[in-house]
Design a protein around this ligand. Sequence first.
Ligand SMILES: [Zn+2]
Length: 315
Amino acid sequence: MGITPRARILVLFLSIVVVSGMYFLFYDEDISSKYNSKTPCELNDPDFMEIIMVAVNGSGDYKIICREKTEEEKHKPENLEEHIIPENIPIRREIIDFWQNFRGPGNCTANECDAYCSEQENLNECISWCKNNSDLCPDFKLEEWQSKLKQNIIFVPVDVYIIKYNDDDLSSIRNKENINSLFSNVNIIWNQANISANITKIEFLMINDNSIYSSTERLYSYVIQTGNYDKNKINAYFVKTLHGSNGIALPGNVIMIADRTTVFDYRATSHEIGHVLGLKHVGPINRLMARGVNGFDLTDDEIEIAQSNALSKFY
Ligand SMILES: [Zn+2]
């Protein structure tokens, strides 16, 4: 490939500068507040600010600093350049242009990215951006974000409905204590992904039309039509029977669980939550997403998918 040594040095330089710019940009708070959260550097206001690069104690690392020009400097730009980075003047403009046009995850500018990526709901996006832009994103940042994601519990809100009919024979026999202990077991399983089902309400849902009992489809239609559920949560319906299934996951973050299950009821519930969080069926019987067995394991890939969906759906 015809890459000249000069081009190679330029690319290296841009990488260092952009990465440094992402994490080490400082600007004057008082001045920036006048600009509605945009820094004068971003607005490129020549009267106020100048972007400069400085070498850090000769180590080869660079900082980008945006600072106010002194009156003297305003009138002597050539002095400023000579004073600050005498040996890099030829590529200085390109570096600054590149940095000013830089956009990271969530379209953050270089000086916004660190704050953006410190928000839990943005961690997944930042991690995948970092993996796809390894030349611009240092490994230590990737590791920091990955370990932060692993440390934080991702709470998934769950509204629980226990279905009752006029006829006790058709009604779920579960009560609030049973639901709470079921979900404490669900959370032991999902703890491997640092995901926790957070019960936001438990309600007895009285259905007056006994014909709803006869099929899962009817019950689901009833749930959708009455519209009395929050799509921004998991809606867990506990019913006497699903006519042969242990559990079922349906659009709208709806899951349904039967009173009697051929596997542990908390495992069936955990499995359906897995579907809501984007997981598909797998073969090995030790796995949570295997069908009809008491497997509990999630792979690293499944954990990543589930966390990513939990954050995008419920945060
Ligand atoms: Zn399934």
